[in-house]
Ligand binder design. Sequence first.
Ligand SMILES: Nc1nc2c(ncn2[C@@H]2O[C@H](COP(=O)(O)OP(=O)(O)OP(=O)(O)O)[C@@H](O)[C@H]2O)c(=O)[nH]1
Ligand SMILES: [Mg+2]
Length: 366
Amino acid sequence: MKCSGCGVELQQENPAGLGYISESVMESRLLSGKEILCRRCFLMKHYGSLPEGNMVAHSLDNMKEYLRIARDVIYVIDISDFDGTFRRDIAALLKDHSVHYILNKIDLLPREVKVNEMRDWASGILKAPVSRVRPVSVLKQYGLKSLFAYLKSSAGEYVSVGVTNVGKSSLLNGLTHSEEITVSRFPGTTVEVTSRTLNNSSVTIYDTPGIFTEDRLTDLLSVEDQSIFLPRKKLVRSTFQFHETRTVFLSGFVRIDAKNENDPVGIFHTFVPESVSVHETSSNTGAEEWDRWFGGILKPPFSSSARSEYKWKSEKFRLRTGQELHICGLGWINVAKGPVTLVLTTPESVTLKVRKGLVGPKKFKK
Ligand SMILES: Nc1nc2c(ncn2[C@@H]2O[C@H](COP(=O)(O)OP(=O)(O)OP(=O)(O)O)[C@@H](O)[C@H]2O)c(=O)[nH]1
Ligand SMILES: [Mg+2]
């Protein structure tokens, strides 16, 4: 028998292993007709906690296996971390597939970004027709009805893939009006492929474990910290207008030294989850102050850790009006009035990407 939350084969021998359920719990759940969940799913669903030692990291090699399941692929992307969740290495594996892109979590974007604009923007980057790019918010149940109609008209079987925490399992629950598949704020919730047939249709979708990445800022956080970090509300916009140089910290992990090249002022916005500290300070701020603030006034990290535990790099970018710099796993900087020169100091592993702005330069004046 399989766990109805994650699809793992249930077992009663090894309490530390996947699929464990004690004999007495199994009996009582069977008698009462309640869903049969493994201990891990039970704790995640009902207590929002992740039992220790139950992490399984899935890789691109695992994804190659999942892709054998169906020719039609649903690639779920988190629009609030577009460059961290739409990945060239995954895209390369999808060459022989028919790909349908889901931009999930659109509820996190600023109100000013209209759905059609983000759809056009993404379709340009993904090099896919607009019809193949479906913006949704599973949380707000936005776009699910039309997605359902679209999927019914396109194919019979889909395999849903993506990196961890983008909402793949939530999407399948949303499409089937159920809460059966385990969803959580922890990365790596799904550990086994599981499938559902959409109500009143012959469409089957396979949900797969999320691929773990190494270049998102969130990858540097503990699993607990990642769950605190995960945004539920709209990303917070902060605006910086400056004449000469300015230093801004986004969390303890990103230092931005900005230089205006414009006359008279440069303007940029930052967009980050509400749990991230945004701190503007003097450009003379030294390494000792930063060390002291790390994990204190500059969060994340939410738990105590030292800045010296990480290797750091500094990269310089010259950005024009309308361009953005995405910090994978954190958020982005939008240049409303450039050119500006930005020097970003971040942990070495974090990928930074210059892109055409999702937010147009005239959206927010200040
Ligand atoms: N804000 C917002 N959060 C969402 C949305 N959809 C899912 N989430 C949240 O994102 C987190 C991860 O959701 P899951 O469905 O478990 O993600 P997953 O891609 O299946 O993750 P793995 O199984 O770890 O690969 C949960 O906390 C969800 O509540 C959405 O539309 N908006
Ligand atoms: Mg999942």
